[in-house]
Design a protein around this ligand. Sequence first.
Ligand code: ATP
Ligand code: MG
Length: 240
Amino acid sequence: NSWPKHGAISFSKFAASYSEDGKTVLNNITLDVQPGEKIGLCGRTGSGKSSLVATLFGLLHQREGQVMIDDVNTTEVSLSALGSKIIALPQEPFFLKGTVRYNLMPWIPEDKRPAVSDAQMKLALQEVQLWDKLSGAAETGQSALELSLDNVDSLLSQGERQLFCLARAVLMDGKIVVLDEATSSVDAHTDALMQRILRTAFADRTIIAIAHRLDTILDFDRVVVMDAGSIVEVGVPGAL
Ligand code: ATP
Ligand code: MG
């Protein structure tokens, strides 16, 4: 099935905790995210940014209000469905032993992988500007897709490893993408490239990005500022 089709997210008077009797970490959250909208999430450490994102994966215990994704209440969706429908870009890039091809979708069992062609994989790697580098590292006559990433740390820089993870997300089919920006910031070139890819490859996807620096979300549609588990400000990036 194709839910969520549009990628609208609606929090209304939502409150949540990590366990049934735990303290409330999100309070009175009301926010309507439009399909395709790019939202930057800011706020000091412990303000609830990661908790708000974790809510979309059904990881928190709901206290009050609700979270709807395209008119479906998330409490009615299984954890595995939420986990497979919402694309998360992790804070730290991860790789498994295996080829480029395998590392583009390492967590999906072979028999359940989406029908992604070699041409689409190549395109995704071109989009993040890694194709030429990987091709150059492959043996003569070997496709970059067959290149081993067993020693990825000596092959790709931190920024390039981040971009590789972005290529995975490009290949995943899903209307909602969440990013928890690495605190150890990537270099300016990688950062600019990532922003451009989010704008182009993810143009029709909803993005919620936790950002530690304002300049990484300058061309986002809106910035949401959190403090002590609540939203304290919503505005356009330039105005904050
Ligand atoms: P940072 O910028 O440091 O990543 P954050 O804005 O993402 O901070 P959260 O991680 O959402 O903040 O934390 C919000 C509150 O929830 C904090 O009081 C924190 O102690 C609590 N919290 C976070 N994770 C858990 C957890 N797994 N179990 C219980 N409480 C948690
Ligand atoms: Mg966090």
